[in-house]
Design a protein around this ligand. Structure first.
Ligand code: BG6
Length: 465
């Protein structure tokens, strides 16, 4: 047995988001997820919308106690733009939302849970998407900065860790390339413009944050990163991986963490005829918006090979430069659409941040190990659901993280996706990730065994394997 000990004051907890947990009670406005569900309920697994979620709006006190039971010292969720802001033009806030977020934050703080608040988790207000095209429009970029400033002013004295966006590339991929988020467009040039505008929105929010000089608060960004692993060592495959890394990782990581826009990226976008409209002032804002920490979400590795088949889409996607590849020798999670399991990717990510991004303080902001209800089974006589599969995989990933920390990686915490099984976009409740099962009929939270193990880990800062 080896004992793995993590640094003192390490953050242990989970991540979730407002829209995936709160429920729709008293919401000032709809988001695109409400709108899309009204238009196309059949796109959602079993037709379930974000209205039927964990109902945190009513149950936050009970849930903070549930956090304590599994040893959390921190928790990330998000403020919903469409809950907080009543009138997007005037910036008028919804007082009910202000009271809710204040109560929720106070409850966490009083119980020793450090809140980390994110401002955007894929949840564009429906009205702003329909009127202006969401982040297609620079007007909406400014509206986001206004909303962010409102949130900083209202809650800045309670929140020490602010995050502008969770996985900012995902709304670009889902909404503008691959059709899994509203507005379901397939338009490579528009996708690049939206990506640029989101980076600009982030930068403007960071500048607004810094201007407020909030004591004891930091601002950061959460990105989903995975190295691109190749099929073999051929120059062609290595080049394919270089493109995938440039377009999926460095496209956001470099501007947001290093404050640099890679020249190679500009060249590739120009070659594809998809250069976005920018001004030198905007570029200056991006290249001066300093974040103090990075969150990294990790689920699956990306595997690529050089393109063999011809590219037959009539619009730009990053796949013009590579093909996705399934590792024939990989290990796969049967409970998550056979996604590959590769714990060493956590080490590789940590080393990349350490060596190429100034060893910025970072944390594993989401590590998600999905199972389905059938494979988790029913609670045993002890009342617990047996998800030891999850604990086994978590250990394997943490061993790799520990190795990187021993080598100097500046990692300050781990958050599991997620706290209570929650609604997940088109997948609705198909994949379960939580420390607690959500009974969809009764709303009951049913504990899983993994939570006991996690509590021990969080309390002692170590585990043995
Ligand atoms: C993360 C997102 O990438 O993946 C979450 O930040 C999401 O919002 C989670 O719920 C799980 O996604 P999925 O597709 O496995 O249900």
């Amino acid at each position: 047995m080896t004992k793995y000990t993590f640094p003192q004051n390490f953050m242990w907890g989970a991540a979730a988001s407002g829209i995936q947990t709160e429920g729709s009670t008293n919401k000032a406005n709809d988001s695109i997820w409400d709108l899309w569900h009204q238009k196309s309920p059949e796109r959602f697994y079993r037709g379930i919308s974000s209205e039927t979620v964990t109902d945190t709006y009513h149950r936050y006190q009970e849930d903070v106690q549930n956090m304590k039971k599994v040893g959390f010292n921190s928790f990330r969720t998000s403020i919903q733009w469409s809950r907080l802001i009543k009138d997007y033009e005037t910036g008028e806030v919804c007082q009910d939302a202000v009271a809710f977020y204040n109560n929720y934050l106070d409850e966490m703080i009083a119980n020793g849970i450090e809140p980390m608040m994110n401002l955007y988790h894929f949840d564009m207000p429906a009205e702003l998407q329909e009127k202006f095209g969401g982040f297609e429009s620079k007007k909406v970029v400014d509206m986001f900065a206004d909303y962010a400033e409102t949130a900083f002013k209202l809650f800045g004295h309670k929140v020490k860790y602010w995050i502008t966006f969770n996985e900012p590339i995902v709304p670009v991929e889902g909404g503008y390339l691959y059709d899994f988020h509203y507005p379901c467009k397939k338009d490579g040039k528009l996708a690049v413009q939206v990506a640029f505008n989101i980076i600009l929105a982030h930068a403007k929010a960071v500048h607004r944050f810094n201007a407020l000089e909030l004591e004891n608060s930091k601002i950061g960004i959460v990105l989903n990163l995975t190295p691109s692993y190749t099929r073999n060592d051929s120059e062609e495959d290595k080049k394919a991986a270089w493109y995938a890394d440039l377009l999926f990782n460095r496209s956001f990581l470099d501007p947001m963490v290093k404050n640099e826009i890679p020249q190679e990226l500009c060249d590739v976008l120009e070659e594809q005829g998809v250069t976005p409209e920018t001004t030198s002032k905007e570029v200056e804002l991006i290249t001066t918006a300093k974040v103090e920490f990075l969150g990294v979400n990790y689920y699956v590795p990306r595997r690529v090979k050089a393109r063999e088949a011809s590219y037959d889409l009539d619009y730009f996607t990053p796949e013009v430069y590579f093909e996705n590849y399934v590792n024939p020798e990989g290990r796969f999670n049967p409970y998550r659409d056979n996604n590959e399991i590769l714990p060493t990717a956590v080490y590789d990510i940590a080393k990349n941040v350490q060596e190429n991004y100034g060893n910025i303080p970072w944390y594993l902001a989401e590590i998600g190990i999905a199972m389905d209800v059938e494979s988790e089974g029913e609670p045993g006589e002890d009342g617990l659901i047996d998800d030891s599969f999850r604990t086994g995989l978590m250990k394997e990933h943490l061993v790799q993280l520990h190795r990187a920390i021993q080598e100097g990686s500046n990692c300050f915490g781990v958050h599991q996706w997620t706290f209570i099984d929650n609604w997940s976009w088109l997948n609705s409740f198909k994949r379960r990730y939580g420390f607690y099962r959500l009974d969809l009929e009764t709303g009951d939270r049913i504990p899983k065994k993994h939570g006991l193990w996690f509590k021990e880990l969080a309390t002692t800062g170590s585990f043995e394997d």
